[in-house]
Design a binder for this molecule. Structure first.
Ligand code: HAM
Length: 398
């Protein structure tokens, strides 16, 4: 990533960090590689094909992290159990997946995520959705939010085996409803086809409960959506959200950006339980991760970063010593100031400044003696003589 791109990314990153901090989430860091088992323990050996897994010199089987939820929960079990609950952590980190690269799908990509550990309530579920919504909003990206609950499908498909349910979930995760229907027919459950399709397309809780009947989670689900309404968060109910990862247990949600084509999911998350698998107590958790690179692609050229003006100090041989001091004085005032490092002639320095900088500060014998500098606007071609402090005022007026 070249400097222009890095500056854009740093700006968006800092907006996300600021927003997470406002909700009381504090940033953590975990190692880039972990024991492979950390990721297979819940998702099974099948996930190895999607990971960079390797053996190290000590014969340990490791993997580059494909995501951070499992590492964060491992860290919580090892380091955070004595903290007051709920624990609210966020992270910005690179992840690695052995996938076929295409636009918006990379083998190394960055996630900005948050995990709320140790709270089991509609308030907790809604807060995490609210945070994800506000993080994305702070970036300026245009997106939609879809919220579902795994108990909807679980109830409808209650008398299927775990394996059968998992297959249907995988089809729904890829938006292949036809294939899910075909599969139901192949196992002799034609009766479930139309309820499944109706459920996938239900957009109100009334419709959902009309299809699946009352369930124990009903009150909590209604409360969660009520809180989202209080926060005035626009969302669409979508019972077809299945989430690819195996660890989700309750509420699930995803955000989609406009204009990204197939890889338009920019946020995914939900409620899950992982702590007990890593030696901790069974702990309710809820979190999400934002696909940072996809957000940057979605923002595209609409997002223009306001650049600070770049100033080149251009000196005659007599002015070089004073030039170095002026550069320091400007930097102390928060102005970007660069000195010539090549020993070029005065005219060659001016030419280079014309290409790379917005302003030149010219320092020759006269300026060295007077203590003033000559500020030249390289775009307008105008120049003025002033003291270093007034350079700041002059630039602020532009
Ligand atoms: P995920 O849906 O696998 O969930 O990934 C989250 C986001 O990361 C996706 O929505 C997508 O924007 C981005 N992403 C995934 N794979 C790639 C890729 N190959 N290239 C670029 N972007 C990608 C998780 O990772 C869960 N850990 C989220 C979570 C946190 N659930 C609870 N807490």
């Amino acid at each position: 990533m070249l400097p222009d791109e890095m500056e854009r990314r740093r700006e968006i990153e800092s907006r996300m960090r600021r927003e997470a901090r406002l909700f009381g989430y504090r940033e953590i860091a975990t190692p880039v590689f972990e024991e492979l088992e950390l990721f297979t323990i819940r998702s099974g050996e099948g996930i190895i094909g999607e990971m960079y897994a390797f053996e190290d010199k000590g014969g340990r089987t490791l993997a580059l992290r494909p995501e951070l939820t499992a590492p964060v929960l491992r860290m919580y079990v090892e380091e955070g159990r004595s903290l007051i609950k709920p624990v609210k952590w966020c992270y910005f980190a690179d992840c690695f997946r052995y996938e076929r690269p295409q636009k918006g799908r990379y083998r190394e990509f960055w996630q900005f995520g948050a995990e709320l550990i140790g709270a089991d309530s509609a308030m907790a579920d809604a807060e995490v959705i609210n945070l994800g919504f506000n993080l994305l909003k702070s970036t300026g990206v245009t997106f939609s939010l879809k919220v579902g609950h795994l108990s909807f499908m679980r109830t409808l498909l209650a008398d299927l085996s775990d394996d059968e349910r998992r297959k249907i979930r995988a089809f729904l995760d890829k938006h292949e409803e036809d294939e899910a229907e075909k599969y139901l027919k192949s196992i002799g459950r034609d009766d479930l086809c139309s309820p499944l399709i109706n459920l996938c397309h239900a957009r109100t809780l009334e419709d959902v409960f009309a299809i699946i009947g009352d369930i124990t989670e009903k009150v909590r689900i209604e409360e969660t959506f009520h809180i989202l309404d209080l926060h005035q968060i626009p969302y669409e109910i979508n019972p077809a959200i299945a989430r690819g990862l195996d660890y989700y247990t309750g509420i699930v949600f995803e955000c989609f950006a406009e204009g990204l084509g197939a890889e338009n999911q920019i946020l995914g998350g939900g409620a899950y339980r992982l702590a007990h698998l890593f030696g901790g107590e069974d702990t309710p958790s809820v979190g999400f991760a934002i696909g940072f690179d996809r957000v940057m692609v979605a923002l595209g050229s609409d997002f223009i970063l306001k650049q600070l003006p770049r100033i080149m100090i251009v000196c005659t041989d007599d002015g070089r010593s004073r030039g170095l001091q002026v550069a320091d004085e400007l930097r102390n005032l928060g102005i970007i100031a660069e000195s010539d490092l090549t020993g070029r002639s005065f005219s060659a320095q001016m030419k280079a400044a014309g290409k790379n900088s917005d302003y030149a500060i010219i320092i020759g014998r006269e300026e060295t003696e007077s203590g003033l500098v000559t500020l030249k606007d390289l775009k307008a071609g105008t120049q003025t003589s002033l003291c270093v402090k007034d350079v700041v005022k002059h630039l602020n007026q532009q």
